[in-house]
Design a protein around this ligand. Structure first.
Ligand SMILES: [Mg+2]
Length: 224
């Protein structure tokens, strides 16, 4: 069987563990702008996109819908804090096997892209300390859509543009740590690869019908 032409990676708990930089930065943004304590962990769960995280948390702590300019200010404050916090975060680390896997995939002539629920700016910041940005040719982000399936479709379309034609399910692998990543992969007609490096187990990712499941990226990557 032929291997993939493009492999698209989720960021949080798939490539890096930020040591709660995101959670601290949302809390800082809500405190700065609205003077309220906000813990995204109480109102959202892993695999949700930044627009979902921001809106749900806003609604939970302020009891109303945010306006467009309130969301814009929140995003700006969040990014500002994240860009500093990520360098001080003691828990920040690139996950085991990531560098080797990315290099092996790139060496095989397969194009690498990102699919992240993070805003594009946040996605870049999260990869800076680990210098992972250099591996990824393109991506689609939470700033493109609040819906992870739609983000995945956009990333697939971009991979197709780079390759010069639409790509099939067998040609695009989507790698993530949550059932949401796998569901989005299938909604976009891509192959879903689950990695149990985050909050979900091999069994939970298998139950989400992942096409391949790895305990960590230290395991051989399928079809490469
Ligand atoms: Mg993730």
């Amino acid at each position: 069987m032929a291997g993939p032409i493009a492999v698209l990676f989720d960021i949080d708990e798939t490539l890096v563990h930020t040591g709660d930089s995101g959670r601290r930065s949302w809390a800082w943004a809500f405190d700065q702008l609205h003077g309220v304590a906000a813990d995204i962990g109480k109102h959202t769960s892993a695999g949700e996109t930044d627009p979902q995280v921001g809106r749900k948390t806003f609604h939970a702590v302020l009891g109303r819908e945010p306006s467009h300019d309130e969301m814009a200010r929140l995003y700006a404050a969040y990014l500002w804090h994240l860009s500093e916090d990520i360098w001080d975060s003691k828990g920040y680390r690139v996950l085991d096997g990531v560098e080797e896997t990315l290099r092996r995939i790139a060496d095989a002539g397969v194009i690498l892209g990102l699919i992240s629920g993070a805003m594009e700016g946040a996605a870049r910041i999260k990869m800076e300390p680990g210098k992972l940005g250099r591996y990824f040719v393109f991506g689609a982000y939470g700033s493109d859509s609040p819906d992870r399936a739609e983000i995945t479709r956009m990333a697939m379309a971009k991979a197709g543009r780079l390759h010069g034609r639409d790509l099939t399910r067998d040609e695009v692998y989507v790698v993530g740590d949550t059932p949401r990543d796998i569901e989005a992969a299938h909604a976009a007609h891509a192959t879903g690869v689950g990695v149990a490096s985050g909050h979900y187990t091999v069994e939970e990712l298998s139950a989400a019908r992942a096409d391949h499941v790895l305990t960590a990226l230290t395991e051989p990557f399928p079809q490469i």
